[in-house]
Design a protein around this ligand. Sequence first.
Ligand code: ADP
Ligand code: GN1
Ligand code: MG
Length: 378
Amino acid sequence: MIENENHIEEIANEFAIAGEFISGEEVDSGHINSTYVASFKKSDGRVGRYIFQRINENVFKEPLVVMRNVEMVTRHINWKVMRVKRDQGGQTLNLYPARGGRFYATGDGGGIWRCYNFIEGCKTYDIVENTRQAYQAAHAFGAFQDLVCDIPVEDIKETIPDFHNTPKRYARLMEVIKEDPKGRVASAQKEIEFIKERQGIVSKLIDLKEAGVLPERITHNDTKINNVMMDVESDEAVCVIDLDTVMPGLSLYDFGDMVRTAVSPAAEDEVDLSKVDMRMPMFEALAEGYMDACDCLCDAEIENLAFAGKLISLEIGIRFLTDHLEGDVYFKTHRENHNLDRARTQLKLVEKLEEHEPEMESFIKRLAKARSYHQTLP
Ligand code: ADP
Ligand code: GN1
Ligand code: MG
């Protein structure tokens, strides 16, 4: 029995689930929430599985606002899949009601918990193994963009302000370097210099948004590849998960995060930096999958697809490094210097993406032309 299995059973009792609790275990992928899977025996003898998740309140300062957003998004997707897509067969994410009629329960110490259906027959990948997986994941996130595009923007609240505001993330890192609260700055000089040399690119997408060139849309904002559940047998993408950061944002940060997490054959926290690489076929599959699913992209979005991966890899590198310098207060860590290792991997990836930028640019141009996305490209 796991240490807090009793606790999971207690939490599970708060939700409208039929059957007897059998067991529960922690799911350890994901850097933010505490996630558990629990099995229940049904009256007909079958076993049903459920996800119980405690929202990380250090990251989400207003967990009930997160819950409201997630309720909106899951309900809207369910409606749209049934009534617009006319698809009755696929799995979608659903919240279970709790005691008192809400879609969350309050646990010990005031934590906010929710319960989702377990997406069956699927797995998530931390490292993409082949171009089919890359295509499928990007297609799923592109389709997700289409599913949420008609949620009224005023119904979705910004749960983490300036989440993908790269210049603000950069400015915060500079402040932390000055304060050096844990005396760790000296050991990260090379990384700090690398980031400073790239200050010129951090505002690019935000500036284009402010100039009205890039449209603000409702986006997922955390499109790392392990946030798509894939069918274990066919690798078909079944369901996009981790909806806590669905907020108004830029499609390019979504596409960029797919690039960040799919092109390299190395783990996000790989310590052997020689393993970090840029696999062009993965990038090509991502661009094809995303553009196949999402036909609303404007010229300026398409023109920046090749740039987006580099920017968000730099942004996440900045965030990991900031967290390392602040003493690991945001991302879950599992070893000493974990966030520093993660930051180094991101920065190495930035370098790799820079080397391949011309290749990516010309691929996107060819793809856009072939699909007559827009005729203005030379
Ligand atoms: P975090 O914000 O911590 O990343 P996620 O919502 O992504 O939390 O969940 C963490 C992991 O739990 C996922 O990578 C996935 O493996 C698993 N998981 C989450 N929701 C489900 C679900 N509904 N069905 C099956 N597995 C899930
Ligand atoms: C976090 O929740 P998870 O593990 O899918 C983070 C993302 C980062 C990612 C880096 C709310 O994502 O922004 O890109 O780690 N989520 C939040 O792996 O900060
Ligand atoms: Mg996740």
